[in-house]
Design a protein around this ligand. Structure first.
Ligand code: FES
Length: 144
């Protein structure tokens, strides 16, 4: 009886230790992944190519264009008013892929953002798209 009790207690202790170790490993992975995702997101948001990234002729009124090479969305909420946002979704870092009916859409988890402000229209994203500064010179749209 005493051996069985010791055996079961030892198994319970080893099992509990395994759960604790697994939990610690998962927490460590989770924190490391979050830090990596945040660093990647910040690098991508700060990406700034030089020269024109789009032509105003390519940006429909009430819509926009996604410039993948610059990781930017250029929109024209109303005639002659141009806005730009990071194309990297603040939810988990997917690039947005669609602009439809006045919203920028990230199809990874279906977050939607306003084309005029970049604000969240519907989640799961809790933050809006980061604003990018653009200059419009004639038909050329450039960052900065
Ligand atoms: S990464 Fe965009 S909605 Fe999740």
């Amino acid at each position: 009886m005493a051996d069985q009790s010791f055996c079961c207690d030892r198994r319970a202790i080893l099992s509990a230790a395994g759960v604790v170790a697994t939990g610690a490993a998962l927490t460590g992975c989770s924190n490391a992944q979050r830090a990596s995702d945040a660093a990647s997101y910040n690098r991508r948001v700060q990406h700034t190519p030089t020269g024109p990234i789009a032509s105003t002729a390519d940006v429909p009124v009430g819509g926009g264009v996604i410039v993948e090479s610059a990781e930017v969305v250029v929109t024209q909420p109303s005639e002659g008013e141009f806005k730009a946002f990071s194309s990297i979704c603040p939810h988990q870092g997917c690039p947005v892929t669609q602009i439809d009916d006045g919203v920028i859409i990230c199809t990874c988890h279906n977050s939607r953002f306003d084309i005029a402000t970049g604000d969240v229209v519907s989640g799961p994203a809790r933050k809006g798209l980061a604003t990018r500064t653009i200059t419009v010179d004639g038909e050329d749209v450039s960052l900065g």
